[in-house]
Design a protein around this ligand. Structure first.
Ligand code: IMP
Length: 207
């Protein structure tokens, strides 16, 4: 494919301090022989995410990591969006979990907001996970991609695999939540997998 800058191999910084995401990104990159190092391992500072879209925030994170490490960096900005709540929590998905990053609190807030809005049926409770990925080079070049998966939000939360909002999300065509699903299955259909497919096709050469 032309028009996209390729990753030439070597070290790749995963610009995230979220262990759940770093784990998933490592698994997705494994087959490309990439040796990922995390921003937390390198002790890189966390930039302020003040963009107004998933891609804007992904670019802020990847560029900050690329500039401070001097290495190509990959970031993920993602979140959970409810149609009935006009896309909330959306880019504020991490913030809804509060300072203790407690996602049982965040899931409860979503549920309370849905109930307040009178959402009852699966149609009323339509939800999506969205993932923006940015690959950034130290010279400021970026390549960004977005993937999503649609489904609906259930209550109470079910399952203990995965992270974040996984226990309340049932993807279309399934009757179990992301947190009840085997991780390999989630990785094959998720918003992150879909964004990754685009990134890999555009910027990576398979080994
Ligand atoms: P940020 O991209 O680090 O600002 O935060 C995104 C937040 O969205 C995460 O902390 C998770 O709570 C949530 N999120 C993103 N992807 C997933 C996922 O695959 N499963 C569950 N929650 C997710």
């Amino acid at each position: 494919m032309t028009g996209h800058r390729k990753f030439e191999g070597g070290k790749l910084v995963v610009a995230s301090h979220n262990p759940g995401k770093v784990r998933e990104i490592r698994a997705l990159l494994e087959e490309f022989g990439v040796e990922p190092v995390s921003a937390a391992d390198l002790d890189l500072p966390e930039p302020i995410e003040d963009g107004d879209s998933f891609i804007a925030n992904a670019e802020i994170k990847a560029l900050a990591a690329a500039r401070s490490s001097g290495l190509v960096s990959l970031s993920d900005d993602s979140g959970y969006a409810l149609d009935r709540l006009n896309g909330d929590p959306g880019i504020f998905s991490a913030r809804w979990a509060g300072p203790n990053k407690d996602f049982s609190v965040a899931m409860e807030k979503v549920e309370q907001a849905l109930q307040k809005a009178g959402a009852e049926t699966a149609e009323d409770r339509k939800a999506s996970f969205i993932c923006a990925l940015t690959l950034a080079w130290p010279d400021g070049h970026t390549e960004s991609f977005e993937g999503r998966i649609d489904g609906h939000s259930v209550w109470p939360p079910r399952g203990d695999k995965g992270f974040g909002y996984d226990p309340v999300f049932v993807p279309q065509g399934s009757d179990i939540t992301f947190a009840e699903m085997d991780p390999e299955k989630k990785h094959s259909i998720s918003h992150r997998a879909r964004a990754f497919k685009q990134l890999i096709d555009a910027c990576f050469t398979s080994q």
